[in-house]
Design a protein around this ligand. Structure first.
Ligand SMILES: Nc1ncnc2c1ncn2[C@@H]1O[C@H](COP(=O)(O)OP(=O)(O)OP(=O)(O)O)[C@@H](O)[C@H]1O
Ligand SMILES: [Mg+2]
Length: 374
């Protein structure tokens, strides 16, 4: 691996040297894996789920003798898309032999009614469904499962952004994936997702198919002290200094959210000089400016009351009782019933989250933008 130009990496996992902590979580994943348990990883956004999974595979694939099939379901809209994404990931993993694709992979694609083509410009291989109507998802998954189960090495299938399946037009997504998982006890699964409440209910609600069939891990922020040491050491290694107070301020402003901490440190490191209070404020300003188009989109998406409630929570966060007359009056929010409805919608959209009986904005940069407004 080439040394990165900046030790505060923003694009996923590149090596353990630039990856902070997560020791307990890695041990947990390893423990589940060796004991043949399927896993669920969930957290608020940008905490480090995907990077943690890549780190786990990178560290343990050869030691534990397994191979990873990583599938991102974020952009899938139906079972058909999901099957194509899984097949694409399988092809990416096993289809690169010098003598073309193996017989077993060719058979699998034929069974799925899929064809392999090459993008005329980039030359990148692409899997697509042929002209005949695709076989039912259950049968496609069965074929994929048999192929994966038949590999020499154990296979770990990662289905990232798994909550997306609840948006498919087919209503039996959870039942179909649950029976896929159960039909192949030799294949290990990680279901990962960033809509925390939805992920928790898919896997813990006793009326849903996945109830008590997996081990759950909710990813929390990396502890302040551990992250602080990581930040200081990387600055020091490159001959730069950052004082403890500044490190504290970075963690607090980011509310411990991994991505935001990495982004601030990346920008601070790039300055190649002592980070003054003013320089840190300028970094905050730049980060907020960059996100503004996203904020204006939120504004368009929400009703006026929802936007006002969002702002009121941001400026007073963490808020313990947003339904109280005190909070409503202090922020001039109008009728309690409409505040209640707006808050319900914001919680449903996960724009506002509830953590330890306190309400706050999910998007920390949006919260900081509201807070700096006069
Ligand atoms: N332990 C870590 N140490 C250093 N950087 C990390 C760590 N974990 C994640 N990151 C960085 O934080 C950012 C977010 O990580 P990642 O994409 O893995 O989060 P996620 O929870 O999967 O996000 P999303 O909810 O958007 O899918 C990335 O820029 C990644 O490089
Ligand atoms: Mg992710």
């Amino acid at each position: 691996m080439k040394k990165p130009g900046n030790p505060f990496v923003l694009a996923g996992f590149i090596s353990k040297d630039y990856f902070c902590d997560r020791e307990k979580e890695l041990t947990w994943l390893k423990d589940q894996f060796v004991n043949e348990r399927n896993m669920v990883l969930y957290s608020w956004r940008r905490m480090g789920k995907t990077s943690l999974i890549h780190c786990f595979s990178n560290l343990y694939e050869s030691a534990l003798g397994f191979e990873t099939i990583y599938v991102d379901l974020m952009s899938t809209q139906s079972f058909k898309d999901a099957i194509r994404s899984i097949a694409q990931a399988v092809h990416q993993k096993y289809g690169r032999s010098s003598g073309g694709i193996s017989k077993s992979l060719g058979n699998l694609l034929a069974r799925l009614g899929m064809t392999l083509s090459f993008d005329p410009v980039s030359g990148i291989p692409k899997i697509s469904f042929g002209l005949s109507s695709p076989i039912p998802p259950e049968e496609s998954l069965q074929a994929l499962g048999e192929f994966l189960d038949g590999r020499k090495k154990k296979v770990l299938v990662v289905l990232d952004e798994f909550q997306q399946i609840t948006r498919y037009p087919e209503k039996n997504g959870e039942a179909v994936f649950r029976s896929w998982m159960q039909s192949f006890p030799g294949v290990r699964f990680i279901f990962s997702g960033s809509q925390r409440n939805l992920m928790r209910s898919i896997f813990s609600d006793q009326n849903r198919p996945f109830y008590r069939s997996t081990q759950l891990l909710g990813l929390q922020p990396i502890p302040r002290g551990v992250y602080g040491t990581f930040i200081r050491e990387h600055f020091k290694k490159e001959g730069q200094i950052i004082d403890d107070k500044t490190v504290e301020a970075i963690y607090t402003w980011s509310r411990g959210q991994t991505y935001t901490i990495q982004l601030i440190c990346n920008k601070a490191f790039a300055l190649k000089q002592a980070l003054t209070k003013k320089a840190l404020e300028h970094i905050h300003f730049e980060i907020i400016e960059q996100e503004k188009p996203v904020f204006y989109n939120y504004m368009k998406m929400l009703t006026k009351t929802q936007w006002e409630v969002l702002k009121a929570i941001a400026v007073s966060e963490p808020v313990s009782n947003p339904y109280s007359t005190d909070f409503i009056q202090k922020n001039g929010l109008g009728a309690a019933s409409s505040v209640g409805t707006a808050l319900g919608a914001l919680l449903e959209k996960e724009m506002v989250i509830e953590e330890n009986y306190q309400y706050l904005l999910h998007d920390v940069i949006l919260a900081r933008w509201f807070q700096q407004q006069p």
